[in-house]
Design a protein around this ligand. Structure first.
Ligand SMILES: [Zn+2]
Length: 402
């Protein structure tokens, strides 16, 4: 059986081999290196340090005894990165700081060490120090500006510095002409920017500053016209300020932005139509949506509407027909509940048992899933807790989901 140490050895070996190869290539390009420069016997001693839990002092002595030059730089960086991935961030920091203490290295090599040190600080949670290093890199290392901005964006996001995050994201945003020509994954930065604007809008809404909130939401929709969250927040403001027609307009917009998220609009849409005295308008809209997008949530909203405006039998009849076309656990649970209301006592007992079993089954099922990393859960998140991507979580489709 292969042990963890053997896997670690293979990982370290591959990393050093890649480091040697990169150093070799760099040497060939610049004409300054020799093919075997990085395979100094000291590196094998280094492997031993990496594979065994030797005291920190011994590792420090080993690192300081290693020659640092343009040919061995990639190997030093690889060893530091390995330490970071192993969770030994302090050692990674020492290795990368050791490189920065060699001003004789070419500037671009020092910048690489600078970037890795910033990554070490991010891993260690030392965000202020990482931020300072990355801001220096923006000024001094044009070749690393894009990656430095990406890391700064992560830091601003973690610190909820939304204004700074928007400014950094603007610099990473592709030109509009390029955006149209590129595939959807390149639009992730505009999706992200729109959510930053929504975060600012949420702060303004909490402070009841609706004018500023509206301005942030307009900015969000300028960045990403498909931003469902912006439409939902706009509708929330318009509902609160009793501009019901505007709230309905914002909520109905979601159907064209992302029809899979129409389900998120239903509670507010129902309430708004009701405030306007137009419950039939709500029913007609749902029926229209259901024709183009079969959904358990939309179907159940229609059933509840029928239940309140007609009776349980009319609702059960409609639901029975819909379930034959598209079976779902949630629909079945509702059908059992409706039948219980007008069944005889012995049948009620059995239906109650069936209802309990269906509810237990539903409790074990996730309702939402991230399309980027597969994270799943029972609640909607705009920022995926798994992969930290914005706007990737959607309702799960199928008999057990929506
Ligand atoms: Zn995810």
């Amino acid at each position: 059986m292969i042990t963890v140490d053997v896997w670690l050895f293979l990982l370290v070996f591959c990393s050093i081999a890649i480091g040697w190869w990169l150093g070799h290539r760099a040497g060939i390009k610049t004409g300054t290196g020799s093919a075997d420069a990085t395979f100094h016997p000291e590196y094998y001693k280094g492997l031993n340090y990496l594979l065994s839990d030797r005291p920190d002092g011994e590792l420090d002595s080993f690192i300081s005894s290693l020659e640092v030059n343009t040919e061995t730089l990639e190997t030093h960086i690889s060893i530091g990165n390995l330490m970071r991935r192993k969770g030994e961030v302090e050692r990674a920091i020492r290795i990368h700081q050791n490189l920065l203490a060699r001003p004789s290295l070419p500037r671009e090599h020092l910048h690489r060490a600078h970037l890795e040190l910033a990554r070490d600080f991010i891993s260690a949670g030392l965000l202020d120090r990482a931020e300072r290093l990355l801001e220096d890199l923006l000024v001094e290392a044009p070749e690393l500006q894009a990656i430095a901005r990406r890391h700064l964006l992560e830091i601003y996001q973690d610190e909820k510095e939304w204004e700074k995050a928007i400014a950094a994201a603007k610099q990473l945003r592709p030109k509009k002409s390029l955006l149209k020509a590129k595939p959807p994954e390149d639009k992730s930065i505009v999706v992200t920017m729109a959510h930053y604007c929504c975060e600012l809008a949420e702060i303004s809404i909490a402070a009841k500053d609706f004018t500023t909130a509206r301005s942030h939401l307009k900015h969000a929709l300028n960045c990403d016209p498909q931003c469902v969250r912006a439409s939902l927040l706009m509708a929330k403001i318009e509902h609160t300020t009793k501009h019901y027609d505007k709230a309905i307009k914002a909520l109905r917009k979601v159907r064209n932005q992302d029809i899979s998220l129409v389900t998120e609009t239903l509670p507010l849409l129902k309430s708004t139509y009701h405030e306007m005295g137009d419950d039939q308008g709500f029913f007609d809209y749902l029926a229209d949506c259901l024709k183009v997008y079969p959904s358990s949530a939309i179907m159940l909203a229609l059933v509840e509407d029928l239940q309140s405006r007609q009776d349980d039998e009319a609702a059960a009849s409609f639901l029975g027909t819909e379930l034959k076309r598209r079976p779902s656990l949630r629909g079945l649970a509702k059908l059992v509940e409706l039948h219980m209301s007008y069944s005889s006592d012995p049948a009620k007992g059995n239906l109650g048992l069936l209802q309990m079993l269906i509810k237990q089954l539903m409790l074990s099922k996730a309702q939402y899933q991230c399309q980027h990393c597969g994270f799943s859960g029972k609640h909607m998140h705009w920022l995926c807790p798994g992969c930290k991507e914005w706007g990737q979580i959607k309702p799960i489709r199928g008999a057990e989901g929506d």
